[in-house]
Design a protein around this ligand. Structure first.
Ligand code: GLC
Length: 554
């Protein structure tokens, strides 16, 4: 398929920008309301770009901001080429993009293309009659027994992947909510339409796009309808077009799968540039709960190598539940038991809580987890509000509890909006530990010891190390399994990372003979540690403490 459409290419980001990026994930709706209507908007986001730049991150990932009935917070899109009116206009988006780029911040937006909203004109046409030219844009069936055995993702709300459409008197296929019919990627017109969505936003200048729910594009009888070869063909087609028209832009796969099934989404460097590492995330939480490095090391050792220009996206929390799809049944029970005793904390196959409450608001655990996020292999993503230790509201329903207004200051609306608190799109977190009076940006900016100040230091330190983004990772195997140690290396740069995953002080002896003669320099304060010799290197660490050492050869 050759595309003949002209492309206006105003801008090219630097090659491989995503490999050294630090991403900040934001929902426009939740960040800052500039016009007092109770809903965050692009003008508000523009006003907060200095904050984001000052945090030290290098890229912003925005959740869907397109016209939508908002039954899945915007993942149900009814128009791909516009902006939801409550967030602003296309001109506001352009202004945001320009202001972000001016500050050196790359922008990643969402391509939710597995499905549309049932309010999208494509679906309205498709359902209108069996001979409508768009009939074949969705997956229709006279019966609901095709693709039997395919798992249901939103198990708390959906009983089947098929829903009956009373208008056209047939069933349509959907992997998510029943108001999100799946597009039919067997239809080349759909593939072209999806390319046009990517082209529209890339022409405007977005640096990368997250491909939502990418394993589910194609359906085949007798399979799980996930990760099919035909799905990979479509990704190769889209990637080819992107490379042709928009060099250095990035595609990020949301494939919540085991590492061996995610690996093909990178192809031979001809599918997605990046993919989330879903199975790693729960294992980091398991690691500190068990006080044992095994879950983390095991999953990373099972992770296949990826092409040089590709990169993993790693994260602690995001806008969804802490998913437990990529763990064993036993591990899931352990996670629920450790992190979600109250059933209101659970949703679908996961846990709907934010980072700080998950970690008992224990500053040492929060620091350790962020330390792992910033030093393990991959591009780290920080979820908005987690840099100040925001809390959640598990009683809000669906995943709304982790999408409450950003807390800028100590007022009733947390400084998010000038509207009355009742008018906000969501209540602000109001419990005594995490309410805006207890947790907010302004007060954390005043203290050099706040979590926010500490996060800035961590991010700045990470940015000094090229090896964290692009280097190799070698796990070390000290006898003390409560300690997780690894070496990140790129060219002559060698970084030793040592983490105490336990709640008690630990001593550890590490075999560092191959670095004999080097001097470890602790990176947060620049202190010199004893030169590495022949004997096992002895370190002591306080509860949940971690060190990053630059190994200096003299
Ligand atoms: C992705 C999104 C999630 C959304 C779903 C359906 O998994 O992360 O928020 O509900 O897709 O679009």
């Amino acid at each position: 398929m050759a595309d003949t459409g002209k492309v206006d290419q105003p801008y090219t980001p630097p090659p491989l920008w995503y490999k050294d990026a630090i991403v900040y994930q934001i929902h426009v709706r939740t960040f800052y309301d500039s016009n007092g209507d109770g809903v965050g908007d692009f003008q508000g986001l523009i006003q907060k770009l200095d904050y984001i730049q000052n945090l030290g991150v290098t890229a912003i990932w925005l959740l869907p901001f397109y016209p939508s009935p908002l039954k899945d917070d915007g993942y149900d899109i009814s128009d791909y080429n516009s902006i939801h009116p409550s967030y602003g206009t296309l001109d506001d988006f352009r202004a945001f993009l320009q202001e972000a780029h001016r500050r050196g911040l790359h922008v990643i937006t969402e391509a939710v293309v597995n499905h549309t909203s049932d309010q999208h004109p494509w679906f309205q046409e498709s359902r209108s009659s069996k001979d409508n030219p768009r009939r074949n844009w969705y997956v229709w069936s006279d019966t609901d027994d095709r693709y039997r055995g395919v798992r249901i993702i939103f198990v708390d709300t959906e009983l089947s992947n098929w829903s009956w459409d009373p208008v056209s008197k047939a069933y349509y296929w959907h992997r998510f909510f029943s108001h999100q019919p799946d597009l039919n990627f067997d239809n080349p017109e759909v593939c072209e339409a999806v390319w046009n969505i990517l082209k529209f936003w890339m022409e405007m200048g977005v640096d990368g796009m997250r491909l939502d729910a990418v394993p589910y594009l194609v359906e085949r009888e007798g399979t799980s309808c996930e990760n099919l070869p035909e799905t990979h063909e479509i990704l190769k087609f889209l990637r080819k077009r992107v490379d042709e028209y928009f060099p250095n832009r990035m595609l990020l796969a949301e494939a919540n799968q085991w590492p061996s099934d995610v690996r093909p989404y990178f192809g031979e460097g001809d599918e997605c540039h990046m993919a989330f590492h879903f199975p790693l995330m729960p294992r980091m939480f398991m690691g500190i709960q068990l006080e044992d490095r095994k879950p983390i090391v095991d999953i990373l050792q099972q992770t296949p190598a990826i092409p040089d220009m590709c990169q993993w996206a790693i994260f602690l929390r995001n806008h969804d539940e802490l998913t437990l799809e990529m763990v064993t049944d036993e591990e899931r029970d352990y996670m629920y038991d450790s992190y979600a005793k109250d059933s209101s904390m659970r949703i679908n196959v996961g846990i709907r809580r934010r980072l700080a409450p998950l970690l008992d608001n224990d500053r040492r655990k929060i620091e350790l987890m962020n330390g792992l996020l910033m030093s393990l292999s991959g591009t780290p993503i920080v979820y908005y509000g987690d840099e100040i230790g925001m809390g959640d509201n598990i009683y809000l329903g669906d995943r709304k509890g982790v999408r409450t207004p950003m807390q800028w200051s100590g007022g009733w609306t947390g400084g998010f909006s000038l509207a009355d608190p009742e008018r906000l799109y969501s209540p602000v977190v109001s419990n005594i530990m995490y309410c805006p009076q207890a947790v907010n940006v302004i007060s954390e900016q005043r203290s050099a010891h706040s979590l926010l100040s500490w996060m800035k230091l961590l991010i700045r330190t990470r940015r000094k190390v090229k090896a964290f983004g692009s280097g190799t990772t070698e796990f070390l195997h000290p006898e003390n399994h409560r300690v997780l140690a690894y070496v990140r290396k790129l060219g002559s740069e060698t970084i030793l990372v040592v983490n105490n995953l336990s709640a008690s002080a630990q001593a550890v002896e590490i075999d560092l003979r191959k670095f004999r003669g080097a001097i470890p320099v602790e990176m947060s304060g620049g202190s010199i540690f004893p030169r590495i010799g022949e004997l096992p290197y002895l370190l002591t660490l306080g509860p949940y403490q971690f060190f990053w050492f630059r190994l200096r050869r003299i």
